[in-house]
Design a protein around this ligand. Sequence first.
Ligand code: C2E
Ligand code: MG
Ligand code: MG
Ligand code: MG
Length: 285
Amino acid sequence: SAKAAGRNQFNFFDKQMNIHSERRIQLAQKLRHAIDNNLFQVYYQPKWCTRRSVMVGVEALIRWFDTEEGAISPEEFIPLAEDQGLIGQIDQWVMNQSCRDILQLHQQFGHKLQLSVNFSPAHFIRHDLYNRIADVLTQTGFPGTSLDIEMTETVMAAENDSLLKQLDQIRTLGIEISIDDFGIAYSSLSRLKRLPLNTLKIDRSFIRDIGRDHDDEIIVKTIIDMAHNLNLKVVAEGVETQEQLTFVTQYNCDQVQGFLFSPPLPLEKISALMQAQASAQLNEP
Ligand code: C2E
Ligand code: MG
Ligand code: MG
Ligand code: MG
């Protein structure tokens, strides 16, 4: 009967949920172990300036290579870390490590590559955020003027009065603020205007179908225009094809990031790219 079928289906979902929660419990344990034993790495994905065709910055992206499972995606463990209250420790570690790494490149190449780090919305609930960031800059010697913090739109959606104050404070360190994955969540334009921001990063779901979906093309153009009218820079995320690059460049998008240029790479590979770029510039007529 339909009722029995319904019950079976319920059992099925129930079982799936148990598997799901067992996985989460096991992963949460592994995650604590990984934090305590420093088992993470940071990879860096280049950001290219469309006008000058040079690498102007990198985004720090955490990597976790587990001895049993291999690579575990941040798409899986970052949300878990947020639920478990572990994200603060993780992001603090990433910020610290990446400031040390990129400072090495500054010293080696005499050129101040910008460093972007991802900050979970959970941070903006903390009142000591400013001090924590200032401490990292002091400890590492990294210049605040070369640091950029990426936060998602959800930070803005939550009516959080201290957010404005925190961002203003953070910006006194010379740090820039970017909105990551822009366009997928609801964000009020009036709020966007009120916040002290520097950059909008267009979510890669709008970039993906350039050349195939006219609506997405209009959205991309509109975001670029709007950002420029608000005096914000624009970065296109997830640029994978020449066609996408040509499109966003034509509409004056400032920077691009994506597999067309480079996937996230370990520090040594970024250093090699910088080296290649420096010698190409030397050889220019
Ligand atoms: P995100 O900040 O939007 O980072 C961009 C993601 O897109 C990265 O995935 C990157 O590898 C991927 N990507 C870059 N170019 C392309 C492309 O051309 N095509 C496609 N299909 N993908 C591309 P990743 O490294 O797996 O990170 C996923 C998300 O996890 C990040 O999205 C960010 O939200 C979060 N995350 C990563 N590292 C950290 C971290 O240290 N702290 C926090 N709080 N979140 C992090
Ligand atoms: Mg990001
Ligand atoms: Mg993004
Ligand atoms: Mg994302």
